[in-house]
Every structure is written in structure tokens, then in C-alpha cells.
Design a protein around this ligand. Structure first.
Ligand code: TXA
Ligand code: MG
Length: 354
């Protein structure tokens, strides 16, 4: 589309309006950009087989052309349209986890334009579980390339409002299907390497994947310069709010004490402080002049609230955000990864016993 109007369509995920979905699919076929909810975060979609449409994604997000996109499909049969030499394990993982928050890296089909994969011979593919995403891809009649619908390096959007904040005037339509459920991005597994590698922890846990893929390797990799990264997107500064994030790790009670002391000190030196806290941690910050945003108590609740929490503290214009690192199990591994990146690789280790 040529003008700078962004249309927002409210779509009920439980009863998507067929006419609106058909129009959105047409928009994709016509080379436009449509933002849509998935079960993880909102995506910024374009026809994956149309290089000009895909180029608009990079422009809208201000994303470097070196960072490849995920191709979204709505039925298993579409996999063979975008990937070749698909190993048996890919189908086994698809049986277990699709539709859902798992992205597989496979050998690229020649029909996928190089700009989608940033010139790589591999392609990332996923079949999302969200009904609006599935219907959009099906109505478009083509696989949809979509990164998260945020400006590059900002926290991923978990609501249509977040998309609008970042991309107003840069996307033709936003399908507003309400808040996303999981809240962190899909898990990325590379099946093109001699040993399969977990490239990004996400909505499907490492433990779940190892039941099917015992050899799955994972080494947290955080590089300051994307040019050095073997996997693009492992660069450090990512998922960052404008405020500086300080992540604390250690025995809970001591860690909360240190966070409280840090908050007091920052406040005394004239800084505005925000805290991302579990529901049961509020007492630790009682009486302080700080903005506390609650994330819930379970890993799943925290994942669904993390990016929204960062954005709401940014809206409150805090200078610094304090947060306690979760255990690196289950979805906690993805949470830890996103927090580490938002803190540019720094974790404050708190020593001592409980
Ligand atoms: O949950 C999700 O995965 C969301 C929703 C919209 O599906 N999408 C998402 O896309 O998080 P994005 O672009 O923000 O992150 C995709 C990651 C990037 O870090 C990119 O570098 C990596 O996938 N990636 C894509 N293709 C790749 C490839 N061929 N090899 C290695 N990494 C790849
Ligand atoms: Mg992203």
C-alpha cells in the first residue's frame, strides 16, 4: 500500500469475521503488510514468496537485512513449498509440537527469495497455533514471512497497541485479536547442523524437546556484535526497553534485599526506579518510592507479562528497571535469555546462603 494509513481490525479469535479475514489475506497477496497475533507475540507479515513485499518488512522495522525471517505456514503440506531435504526428525517434532511455538531451521527451497533468509541456504519455518494466524495464512494462499511486529531491538509486542506504538503508519492493517497467550517468542531448533542446536529458547522448553531429540545442544551465546554471530539474532542488544535493565540472580531473600538497597540508592541519586516483580515479592519493596509491575508467580504467567511489563515501565519513563532472574528450567530458560539480552549481557550475581 502506498499511503501511510494503518487500519486496525478487531477480530474475535474464537469467531473470526470471514470477510475481514478474506480482505486481510488479499492484502498479503497484493504485497501489503499485515500485523497479526500468534500464540507467542504479534508478527509483521508479508507474502514470503514476494521479495518486494518482504523488503517492506525490513524497512518498516528498521531491521538489518542480515537478520533472516521466520516463514509461517498453516498446514503441514506447505512445508514442502519452503524447505527441501526435510529430515524425518522434522516430521516427528511437527507431530509433537505443531501447531505451536516451535520454529525449525531446514534447507531452503529455491522458491524462497534470498532476502527472507538473509542470503542463507537455510530457512526457519513454523506453524503457529493461533486461529487468526492460521486463517490469515490460509486466506493469503501463500506462506507468510513474519518477524515480531516491534521496532528492531525493542521488546516484542504482545498486544495490538504495542504494534501500533512501534509501527503506526508503517503497516497496512493490524488484526487486533487481543493479548497473546505465551508472551515470549517461539523456540528455534536448527536441524541443518551435524548435531541439532537450540538457537533460541522459547515457548517450547528444552526439556520437552529433549524427549524427542536427546542430543539437542544448547549453549547460551551472547555476542555484542551481530557480525560475529553464527546465528543472526544472537546479538546482545535485543528485547530492550529504553530504561536500563538490571537483572539480579541468587538466593531469593538475599537477592531481594540487594535489589531493595539498589532501588533506594538509585532513588537517592535522583533516578526513577521500576521493578518487575513476582506477585509474592511485593513486600520486599514496601514503602519505597518505586513503580512496581507485577508479573504473576509461575514461569508461564511471567512470560506472558514480561514484555508488556517492560513497555509499561518505559511508558512511565523510569530510568532503571530491576528484576530477579528466574530459574533456568522450563519456560524460565527463555525468560532468563530475554532478561540477559535486555541487560546487555550483565547479570548481577548475589552471593550467600538463604
Ligand atoms: O514466536 C515467534 O517466533 C515470532 C512470531 C511472530 O512467530 N517471530 C519472531 O521472529 O520472533 P523474529 O524475526 O523476531 O525472530 C526470528 C529469529 C531471528 O533471531 C532470526 O535471526 C532467526 O529467527 N532466524 C530466522 N531464520 C534463520 C536461519 N535461517 N538461521 C538461523 N536463524 C534464523
Ligand atoms: Mg524479534
Amino acid at each position: 500500500m502506498d499511503d501511510n494509513t494503518t487500519y486496525i481490525a478487531r477480530i474475535d479469535p474464537n469467531d473470526p469475521d470471514p470477510q475481514a479475514m478474506a480482505l486481510a489475506g488479499q492484502m498479503i497477496r497484493d504485497g501489503g503488510l499485515v500485523a497479526f497475533p500468534t500464540e507467542t507475540v504479534y508478527g509483521l507479515g508479508a507474502n514470503a514468496l514476494d521479495a518486494d513485499a518482504v523488503a517492506q518488512i525490513f524497512a518498516a522495522k528498521e531491521r538489518p537485512a542480515t537478520d533472516p525471517l521466520i516463514v509461517h505456514i498453516w498446514e503441514r503440506a506447505e512445508l514442502e513449498q519452503v524447505a527441501v531435504a526435510i529430515p524425518e526428525i522434522a516430521y516427528e517434532l511437527a507431530d509433537a509440537f505443531w501447531p505451536g511455538p516451535l520454529t525449525l531451521i531446514l534447507q531452503k527451497h529455491p522458491d524462497v527469495p534470498p532476502c527472507v533468509t538473509a542470503g542463507k541456504e537455510t530457512v526457519a519455518v513454523r506453524l503457529p497455533a493461533h486461529p487468526i494466524a492460521q486463517i490469515l495464512i490460509s486466506e493469503a494462499g501463500t506462506p507468510i514471512a513474519a518477524p515480531s511486529a516491534n521496532r528492531f531491538s525493542l521488546p516484542s509486542p504482545t498486544s495490538a497497541l504495542h504494534v501500533l506504538q512501534d509501527l503506526a503508519g508503517r503497516v497496512d492493517v493490524i488484526l487486533n485479536g487481543g493479548d497473546t497467550n505465551i508472551g515470549v517468542e517461539s523456540t528455534i531448533v536448527d536441524l541443518t547442523t551435524p548435531v541439532p542446536i537450540l538457537r533460541r529458547p522459547g515457548g517450547i522448553s528444552l526439556e520437552q524437546l529433549r524427549q524427542y531429540l536427546p542430543s539437542l545442544a544448547f549453549k547460551a551465546q551472547y555476542l555484542a556484535d551481530d557480525a560475529l554471530a553464527t546465528a543472526p539474532g544472537t546479538l546482545l542488544k535485543h528485547y530492550s526497553p529504553a530504561a536500563s535493565v538490571q537483572v539480579f540472580s541468587g538466593p531469593p531473600a538475599r537477592t531481594l534485599q540487594q535489589m531493595r538497597a539498589t532501588a533506594e540508592k538509585a532513588h537517592t541519586s535522583g533516578k526513577t526506579v521500576g521493578i518487575l516483580a513476582r506477585d509474592d515479592e511485593t513486600a520486599a519493596f514496601a514503602g519505597l518510592d518505586v513503580q512496581v509491575v507485577l508479573l504473576g508467580n509461575t514461569g508461564e504467567q511471567m512470560a506472558s507479562q514480561l514484555f508488556a511489563g517492560m513497555r509499561s515501565l518505559d511508558s512511565a519513563e523510569v530510568d532503571v528497571i530491576l528484576v530477579r532472574a528466574p530459574e533456568r528450567v522450563g519456560i524460565g530458560l527463555a525468560l532468563y535469555d530475554r532478561l540477559l539480552r535486555s541487560a546487555e549481557g550483565q547479570i548481577i550475581e548475589v552471593q550467600g546462603d538463604e
